[in-house]
Ligand binder design. Sequence first.
Ligand code: ADP
Ligand code: MG
Length: 339
Amino acid sequence: MRPTAPRAWLRMAALCLAALGLAGCGPGAQESATQHRFMAMGTLVDVTVYGVPAEDAEAAAREVEQLFHALHRAWQPQGDGALGRFNAALASDPAAAPPDPDLGALIAEANRLAQATGGLFDPTLGALVQLWGFGSAERLPAAPPPPEAVAAWLQQRPLQFDLGGFAKGVAVDRAIALLRARGIEHAIVNAGGDLRAIGRKGDRPWRIGIRAPRDPAGVLAALETAGDEAVFTSGDYERWFEYDGRRYHHILDPRSGYPTTGLVSVTVLHSNAGLADAAATALMVAGPEAWPTVAAALGIEAVMVVDADGGIQLTQAMQPRIWFTDEAYGAQARVRSLP
Ligand code: ADP
Ligand code: MG
């Protein structure tokens, strides 16, 4: 059912967006929602809980914070966590096995997604990410790598895992599972604008803003979550640098070794945050023509993409779910059906 009079809360969503980063908030957000905020996985994470006593909400949210820090350590591609050690082992022995069953299961799932997307989602491009210099959370690269180095990666494809394309989604799923285990039924876990919401905010659904790709403070569209849903966006504006007047960003096309072109952002709606995260990354690689085929292969139905000219495409399942902040966006949006 399509709620009425979205105008006022769209304006509110824009305000909340400016104040909080893309948190799920709206009129009355302060009433009895408890919010806990921290930095993890290189991004600001907001845990918003509704419907339980504040001290229970805060205790659970602090556990979520510990969970995020632990997963960040375990899943960093370099260093002494489980994945860092596995990558170090792979460098000398390509047949090495993952050090623990949890990481093993995560890598198996990543490989399954790679297969379903024909390799567009590629968790084995760790060495390419390092080559580009997108591996560091603190610093952005100053220049692209030499073309010969990219060509060498394309030939050799050394096996090094990078789970950056879906680790945040999996972490959000685990955070929601933790909250549920603590008896919490209404919550949002929002990691830098990518989020999963469960339940409702009192007598109405959670409301979410989707950022406008070329306007850090702007909201392109808004939606209300229906029960248990994740909303994940991948864009060329998350991590990027300019060199010689050209823009280079952190989502890489494993076929060329270069940043993807054609789409500036992809937003995916699905109950599973890990899948939504991986799908958003994979669809960025698929580009303006092929994305519906890849969405269908992953079992994703609700998608919105923005192309390099600002054109908006969305699926039939997404269309009734979102409100554009500007009617002109909605008027030019093109509906694509999935194969
Ligand atoms: P963000 O996490 O910034 O919202 P994404 O979910 O799209 O963005 O993930 C981007 C990260 O995924 C990159 O920083 C890199 O670690 C990894 N990555 C880049 N290209 C690919 C790809 N083609 N397949 C899988 N992972 C990728
Ligand atoms: Mg992703």
